[in-house]
Design a protein around this ligand. Structure first.
Ligand SMILES: Nc1ncnc2c1ncn2[C@@H]1O[C@H](COP(=O)(O)OP(=O)(O)OP(=O)(O)O)[C@@H](O)[C@H]1O
Ligand SMILES: [Mg+2]
Length: 308
C-alpha cells in the first residue's frame, strides 16, 4: 500500500538551539492507525506539528498525499485534520456552528449533510445546538475531533486524545478511532499510555529524545518480543543457581528466594516440566509458581532505558 505520509530525514532545532527531532524517517500507509509512543518531551507534538505544517522543519522533507508540506502547504493541509493536545474551543459557540465554521476555514462550501454525518458518527448529534461550554470534558474532546474532520481530511492526527480522560471515556475514544478507520481515515495518534497503543494501533512507533527507536507492526512486535517468565519461589534461599541447572539460564530473584525462567511462548516445548524435575534433583524445594507475559510496556521501558 502506498504511503500517504512520508517523512524523510527530518530534523527540528528550535530557536532556543534545542534539537527536538533528529533525522526522523517515517512512512505511514493509507488507512492504518499508527500510535507514536514516547515519554514527556520525546518530540511527539513537534513531529506531528511539523507534518501538519505548523512548525517549520530545520531540514528534511515531508509530504502528505504527495504534497510537500512546506512548498505546497495548502494542498497538504487540506488532507489533514488535527486534534491538538490542548483543548481549544470557543466556549459560547454551538456545536453544529463550531464544526461548520471549521469547514469554512478550509474554503469548503457549507455542507450540512456532511456535518450531520460527522456529528452522528461521534454521537454528538443530539448536542448539535448545545453551547460548548456546557458540555462535559469528553464531549468537548469529541467536538475537537468533529472540528478536525469538518473538511473531510484523509489523515487525522490526534495528539494525546485521552490525556486527562477517565478510563470509560478512553475506551469511548478508542471506539471512535476504530469507527474512523472503518470510514477510511488514516490515523496517527500520540500517547504515553502503552495500553492505548496496545488497544487500537496497527503499528507502533516508539520515540524518545527526538529519535524514532522503532516502528513495527504491533502484533509482530508483541510476538517477537513476547516472552513469558516463570517465577519459582523457593522454600529456602540460595546464594547462586546450582551448576546442574546452568542450561536453563535462570535468573536469581531478590535475596535468592526465587529463580526466574524465561521461555518463548511460541516454542513447541517450553521446558518447564524438565526444569521442575531438575530443580528437585538439585535439591531445591519450591513453594509457589507464577507466570507473567511480557507486555508492550516491558518492551517500551526496555527500549527507552536502553537509550539512556
Ligand atoms: N517552541 C519551542 N521552543 C523550544 N523548545 C521546544 C519548543 N516546543 C517544544 N520544545 C522542546 O522540544 C522537546 C519536545 O517537545 P514536544 O512537545 O514535542 O514533546 P512531546 O513528546 O509532545 O511531550 P508531551 O508528552 O509532554 O506532550 C521538549 O524538550 C520541549 O521542551
Ligand atoms: Mg506533546
Amino acid at each position: 500500500m502506498p504511503s500517504i505520509v512520508s517523512v524523510r530525514d527530518l530534523t527540528k532545532t528550535y530557536a532556543s538551539g534545542f534539537q527536538a527531532l533528529k533525522s526522523v524517517n517515517l512512512e505511514i500507509a493509507e488507512g492504518e492507525i499508527l500510535a507514536l509512543l514516547g515519554p514527556n518531551g520525546a518530540g511527539k507534538t513537534t513531529l506531528i506539528s511539523t507534518i501538519c505544517g505548523i512548525v517549520q522543519p530545520t531540514s528534511g522533507q515531508i509530504s502528505v498525499g504527495g504534497h510537500d508540506v512546506v512548498r505546497d502547504f495548502r494542498g497538504a493541509r487540506d488532507l489533514i485534520g488535527l486534534v491538538p493536545q490542548e483543548i481549544t474551543l470557543e466556549p459560547f459557540e454551538k456545536v453544529f456552528n463550531a464544526v461548520s465554521f471549521s469547514r469554512g476555514l478550509f474554503g469548503k462550501a457549507p455542507d450540512a449533510a456532511y456535518v450531520e454525518r460527522v456529528l452522528r458518527q461521534l454521537s454528538l448529534w443530539d448536542k448539535k445546538d448545545s453551547i460548548i461550554q456546557r458540555l462535559s470534558g469528553g464531549m468537548k474532546r469529541r467536538v475537537l475531533i468533529a472540528k478536525a474532520l469538518a473538511h473531510g481530511p484523509r489523515v487525522l492526527f490526534l495528539d494525546e486524545p485521552s490525556a486527562g480522560v477517565d478510563v470509560e471515556l478512553r475506551k469511548d475514544m478508542w471506539a471512535v478511532v476504530a469507527d474512523l478507520k472503518v470510514a477510511g481515515v488514516t490515523i496517527i495518534l500520540t500517547t504515553h499510555y502503552i495500553e492505548e497503543a496496545e488497544a487500537i494501533a496497527d503499528r507502533v512507533g516508539v520515540i524518545n529524545k527526538g529519535e524514532i527507536l522503532l516502528v513495527e507492526d504491533k502484533a509482530a512486535l508483541m510476538q517477537r518480543m513476547g516472552q513469558k517468565r516463570l517465577h519459582i519461589d523457593l522454600a529456602a534461599p540460595i546464594a547462586a543457581v546450582p551448576e546442574a541447572l546452568a542450561a536453563y539460564a535462570l535468573d536469581l530473584g531478590p535475596e535468592g528466594r526465587s529463580v526466574i525462567f524465561t521461555y518463548d511462548t511460541k516454542g513447541e516445548r517450553t521446558g518447564i516440566v524438565t526444569l521442575l524435575n531438575d530443580l528437585r534433583a538439585a535439591g531445591l524445594q519450591m513453594t509457589d509458581l507464577a507466570t507473567r507475559q511480557s507486555s508492550l510496556e516491558d518492551i517500551f521501558v526496555g527500549l527507552v532505558r536502553g537509550q539512556v
